[in-house]
Design a protein around this ligand. Structure first.
Ligand code: FE
Length: 282
């Protein structure tokens, strides 16, 4: 007998303008950190109008977190203080560990549809000063598991026999993009100690036990305690991204692009930005 994780919380998020003028939906943010620990932020973009996003996110710092950018469709040009440069393209993911500090820019390029998200994973206190690094996980490196219910793309972690290109170096994170056929039932045994949430990309369906909420796209839902996630797609099919990670249960001091454990550490980071000493060498 397995206990099906119920829907514990539904988050709609709100429209915001961030960066140099990018219209996005901030689904998770400072008000959801306790319930969604270790996940801090989730921004989502779904636009067919380049004016919504081409102003992009010019050079800005990060410290104390990992940013995970996953594009179902789209093209984002990026560059960072480590000298990395490139593009995240259709079906690809960039997994960036800001750690002790990185300065980067993210510039979405005009394309027919920009459909993607950026998830911030908190770093444990002991790893806030980890060396910055990034992984460019192109679409070809993301295993796609074909099942009777649909297709599961394994961005991070392990799903059945499939192993993603990363599993998270500091916080073990499973990140899956699940596309279900109309009416299909999908079951997944996430670790019972993990926080699990799903972001609904397209379509609708039922999450949790049979009597659970019927949910439409562009919202995040937190699944409660249990040992199995159960999702039933509606009659147009359903696509969602589901994330699982162990909560850190540590204090959070959040200032814009920097997330530390104390206000002193935040003040120190902003002082370093002013002095131009934010980036560690070597
Ligand atoms: Fe950034």
């Amino acid at each position: 007998m397995s206990f099906i994780r119920p829907v514990q919380k539904v988050v709609t998020g709100n429209q915001q303008v961030d960066g140099a003028g990018v219209r996005l939906v901030r689904v998770l943010g400072p008000s959801t950190t306790k319930a969604f620990d270790p996940f801090l932020m989730l921004d989502a973009i779904d636009s067919r109008n380049p004016d919504d996003y081409i102003r992009g996110f010019p050079w800005h710092p990060h410290r104390g977190i990992e940013t995970v950018t996953y594009l179902i469709e789209g093209n984002v040009e990026h560059g960072d203080s480590l000298g990395n440069k490139g593009n995240i393209r259709d079906g690809g993911c960039q997994w960036m560990t800001a750690g002790s500090g990185i300065i980067h820019q993210e510039m979405p390029q005009p394309c027919p549809r920009m459909l993607g998200l950026q998830l911030w994973v908190n770093l444990p206190q002991k790893d806030k000063w980890a060396p910055p690094q990034y992984r460019d996980i192109t679409a070809e490196r993301i295993p796609k598991v074909q099942e009777a219910s649909g297709t599961v793309s394994v961005i991070s972690g392990v799903y059945g026999d499939a192993r993603g290109a990363t599993a998270g170096d500091y916080v073990a994170v499973t990140l899956l993009d699940v596309a279900l056929r109309p009416g299909a039932l999908w079951r997944w045994a996430a670790h019972p100690a993990d926080t699990v949430f799903a972001y609904l990309v397209e379509g609708y369906g039922q999450f949790g036990a049979p009597s659970s909420a019927h949910l439409e796209s562009h919202r995040a839902l937190l699944l409660g305690a249990g040992d199995e996630c159960r999702v039933q797609a509606g009659n147009e099919g359903l696509r969602f991204v589901i994330a699982a990670g162990r909560p850190l249960n540590e204090p959070i001091a959040w200032g814009g692009p920097i997330v530390m454990n104390t206000q002193e550490e935040l003040d120190h980071a902003f002082e370093e930005i002013r002095r131009g000493t934010f980036i560690r060498s070597g």
